[in-house]
Design a protein around this ligand. Sequence first.
Ligand code: PBG
Length: 325
Amino acid sequence: MDFPALRLRRLRATEALRALVQETRLAPAQLIQPFFIYPGKGMAKPIRSMPGQFQLSVDQALNEIDAAAKAGVRWIMLFGIPARKDPLGSEAYADTGIVQTAVRRIKDRFPEIGIIGDVCLCEFTDHGHCGVVENGAVRNDPTLELLGRTAAALAAAGADIVAPSAMMDGQVGAIRRALDAAGHPDTPILSYAAKFASAFYGPFREAAESAPSFGDRRAYQMPPPNAREAMREIELDIREGADLIMVKPALAYLDIIRAARERFDAPLLAYNVSGEYALVKAAAKEGWIDEGRIVREILTAIRRAGADAIITYFAKEYAAEAAAW
Ligand code: PBG
């Protein structure tokens, strides 16, 4: 059959037909909303480069999480800005650390909300790097023990999943061993397996106050031009015990998401990062784009590329509208 008997426009004629043949869907249950937790009380400080996002004290975060949950969001990811930073990022793995405290309070109030704890040191170190610094370089192996302790502290506080993002070699294996030794054999690891050294993290570093004080992260995060290397990173992490894998950022890396989907059967997440959010918000503010449609198109594309779930600052916004779609 060929034109004129075959006409693909037939199935595009009405909303009902289009919905019937829609190949890709994204449910609110597949979204994860990040939050930035700040010390103190009664604080909701807008993040300049991320309109609509705030640095929140825990009491304020509870209100925001309530609103997100009411919109249909079931999972959140937590980042913390400690009151004091030091060279070894000790608040990352302290029992009383900002994120551990937040996890306990959130679980207490919303036991049904899933919490993912980011396992990294950059928000907690005074130099802003993701690991232990010696002679101006980030050292891999001494960092592993601290990441293991951070993961165990998050699990002890009640985090449902821990997500290492430091890009140290061997971190997933080290964290698995640390979790098991601390009595958390059932806590899954979501590995930021293919995390690129990206300019799209710019706004996050303002939000988390985690910009490196010298140099950059290119000696540990991946080079953006390398796709095969991303597959090697993912494969290694799965061998070390990653339960879920992630590609980050998402939009400039849809090919990586697709390749990972075809090659690996582990659940695959993508992180629609701060810079991707900022671009949309800035253009929407100017009235240059239709924000709702853009957000829907972007998130659907990440899903179509192969992501099972998406970490995105648009989670609440999307979930609130999803019923209407
Ligand atoms: C911590 C971390 C970063 C992001 C998530 N975890 C920052 C970085 O690596 O510089 C970025 C998230 C975003 O940009 O939204 N290492």
